[in-house]
Design a protein around this ligand. Sequence first.
Ligand code: ARG
Length: 401
Amino acid sequence: MAADIRKIVLAYSGGLDTSVILPWLKDTYGCKVIAFVADLGQGRGELAGIETKALASGADKCVVADLRREFAEQYCFKMLAAGAVYEQVYLMGTAIARPLIAKAQVACALREKADAVAHGATGKGNDQVRFELTYMALAPHLAILAPWKDPRFKLTSREAALAYAKARRIPVAATKKSAYSRDRNLWHIAHEGADLENPLNEPTDSLWLMSVPLAKAPSRPRYVTVGFKSGVPRSVDGTRLPGHELVAALNAIGGKHAVGQVDLVENRLVGIKSRGVYETPGGTILYEAHRALEALVLDRETMHYKQLVAQKYAEVVYYGQWFSPLREALDAFVASTQRQVTGTVRVKCFKGHATVAGVCSPYSLYSGKLASFTMGKGYTPSDASGFIKLFGLQMRGRGRD
Ligand code: ARG
């Protein structure tokens, strides 16, 4: 098998795991390895000097792709329009990123005429599934290498990985590495592991990176206005922004007020329950705003049916089935519901909450006249008597005098 592989494109993050996987792949397969880096807005902390680092770790080439705008507009915003949330609270910042990373990695592999793609996800998590399903959907002929699942790979402990890196003079950040396993991008940051592995432990204040601890949230609220056009967020406080900048602006606002902090014991696809703590400040503002706008413009039947779609959409994203006919079909339904989801929403960020403080739309179905307690035209209360009689027929049938 090893003899067949001549060039590998590795999804490379610059962290310890992929830094040792890179030379391990070269040693094991004796072939060229290209480090592929996806910029999804994880920030300079992770991206600065990454090319130098990849080359120093033995990469034959390093390719960095700026995917921030595509990530926000073609992935996060689609998920937002669907209203997809996994297990009530997780806004899926990690899950939604994987298909895009893998898609761009595959494109790189095809350009470079590589015959294999590799990733550094472990054999216990969701990410391995998300990467590999995408590889399979887009380029089934490529070999998939996942060293963590290869019995020959012995670097699965931090100590072993550090020793290997040292022996080969591979640069690994000298900074005291945090105990947490983290995944950061434009949409969120996920924290797992260490003290969080015990669900009895509350996240410590020092854990939060994109937002302040709740106790440090200011005592004055910040109101922010988000403009939507056909279900897509377009502006913040009246300024039109491209998707990635819009999310970044809302992250800054929400983060200051501890908005979007979530602590969840979740069901992984592989059957394990795991504990994750998430920060999604901008995303939380957007979900709240979008929901309020839909409440104003969607008719009841569409809105209720869309809740079923949202639930399924969340599973599709969480399970890594982005490149599937089902996701495309769900998107078509969602797009049809979003035609009139246009308007502006005022959101109050305050003490960990993003609360809708006002909403308006040219397509509003809300009629003050109809809803008002004072009688008016267009609704004849006596009609309601006949309606209730028939609607309640079964109640009478079963009820007793
Ligand atoms: N549990 C979340 C998910 O599956 C987050 C995973 C975070 N990944 C990580 N390498 N820390 O989407």
